[in-house]
Ligand binder design. Sequence first.
Ligand code: 9UX
Length: 72
Amino acid sequence: NAVAALFSVVGMTCSACAASVEKAIKRLPGIHDAVVDVLNNKAQVLFYPSFVNEERIRETIEDVGFEATLIQ
Ligand code: 9UX
């Protein structure tokens, strides 16, 4: 079953930033859904823990160029 993770994402200044983060997360295996909110600096991700984990998702956000922290 899918598990939820909420990340703080610092440094996004426009909706294209959020779109590129969302796209990168969704390219990972085991992602059910990802919603990135540029106004609140958050990324909400639903994932399948057999295939991917919070740290892999966090690193993917950082690879796009933003500082990411797992909130819950
Ligand atoms: Mo456009 Mo958002 O280069 O940082 S994607 S501002």
